[in-house]
Design a protein. Structure first.
Length: 400
């Protein structure tokens, strides 16, 4: 009987999209098992590839646009318009725009020598939203992930007309560091089209804005922040949360998803009236993931790192949860294996394997990631074939 494999990976940050990861894994599987029946469903985590994946899955178009990048320079970006489906009354609703904040403010847009989280901005995300509104969208699906910012979504709101003011009534500049001077917010100048636009944010439900698991403390070091910068960002976000609570009525300190993408979840909720959702729930709404699971014997997922954070809303753990409900074995391929990886196994992964086979620099790893991932998928499948042969031999021995 042909082995049936579902490949359901996330992307590898700063190197491969979820689609590219799926293609590499599929190539490796075919090297070891040429007759395998392979199904691919890339599962973007809200970051890079989110818009493209949903457009490919549902149907629609991608639209190029130039926006302000996280360090203030123009970057080439894009958004998608999903194919509208007529309602029961035959009327065609306005299109839904799907955006990924990483396309405007992702870490890949921040040169390594400019990774200052006190200054990077989500202003370009607001410009993406404006472009989607100009294209006729009245429903926006915004994916959070792979951010290079920590400004609480303040820049996004500023681009849409919000005014963030200091004690003297002067508008703040851009960047998370500016939030330490925030005294009030004025939303009277927001783009009026937002009041008639439904905004949904697909985010990591476990990310919160402040506190022991606050976004600056957990993810700041991954984006180049040292201890002093982390403390400054925490203080700034504390001030931001106080002002948002007072001026908008939204307590975003520890609400689920508020820390997504450097706190963009908090800004979207409090300043734009967005609704936050667990990203996997949003994605599977379009991908029909559970139906695919009913057709396979094995699931292979993947992500750039497997560690204690993996159990907190990351794609491998979410895929594992769904596979486990059907008792389907699941393996994760990963770039690095970090501390606390047992949490990922406890969350449902049956096994994991690093694609790195020798010590190398980050630059080397990124340069060779396609070959490394493909080879790792091949070798993982060959090990599974060895296990299958052993199982057959033991079964035959017992039958004698």
């Amino acid at each position: 009987m042909r082995l049936r494999v579902l490949i359901a990976p996330s992307g590898f940050k700063e190197s491969l999209s979820a689609e590219e990861v799926a293609d590499c894994v599929a190539s490796g599987v075919r090297r070891a098992v040429p007759d395998a029946l392979i199904l691919k469903t890339p599962v973007p985590d809200g970051g890079e590839g989110f818009a493209r994946t949903l457009v490919n899955a549902v149907g629609g178009t991608l639209h190029d646009v130039t926006v302000t990048g996280p360090v203030g320079e123009p970057v080439d970006s894009y958004f998608g318009l999903l194919e509208p489906t007529p309602g029961d009354d035959g009327q065609v609703p306005p299109p839904t725009a799907v955006l990924e904040m990483a396309a405007a403010a992702g870490l890949r847009h921040v040169p390594r020598d400019q990774r200052d989280l006190l200054g990077t901005t989500t202003y370009g995300v607001g410009e993406l939203i404006t472009a989607a509104l100009d294209a006729g969208a009245r429903r926006i699906l915004l994916g959070c992930g792979d951010s290079g910012t920590n400004d609480g979504g303040a820049g996004m709101a500023q681009a849409l007309g919000a005014r963030l003011l200091d004690a003297d009534g002067t508008e703040l500049g851009r960047g998370g560091g500016e939030l330490s001077r925030l005294a009030s917010v004025d939303l009277s100048g927001l783009d009026p089209r937002l009041t008639a636009t439904e905004i949904e944010v697909a985010c990591n439900w476990d990310n919160v804005l402040t506190g022991p698991r606050g976004v600056a403390r957990v993810f700041g070091p991954q984006k180049g922040a040292d201890e002093e910068t982390v403390r400054a960002l925490e203080d700034a976000l504390d001030t931001y949360a106080d002002v948002l609570d007072r001026d908008t009525g939204h307590d975003v300190r520890s609400s689920p998803g508020s820390g997504a993408s450097g706190g963009l979840g908090a800004g979207a909720q409090a300043l734009l009236g967005a609704t936050l959702h667990p990203r996997f729930d949003v994605i599977t709404r379009y991908l029909d993931f559970d139906a695919l699971l009913g057709r396979v014997d094995l699931v292979i997922t993947a992500e750039g790192a497997i560690d204690r954070q993996s159990a907190r809303g990351k794609v491998p753990a979410e895929v594992a949860r769904h596979a486990g409900e059907r008792d389907i074995p699941i393996i994760a391929l990963t770039g690095t294996v970090g501390e606390g990886v047992q949490a990922a196994l406890d969350a449902g992964l049956d096994a994991f394997a690093s694609i790195l086979t020798r010590p190398q620099t980050l630059e080397q790893a990124l340069r060779e990631v396609r070959d490394s991932l493909t080879t790792s998928a091949e070798q993982t499948m060959r090990l599974l074939l060895v296990g299958r042969r052993l199982a057959w031999q033991q079964a035959e021995a017992r039958s004698v």
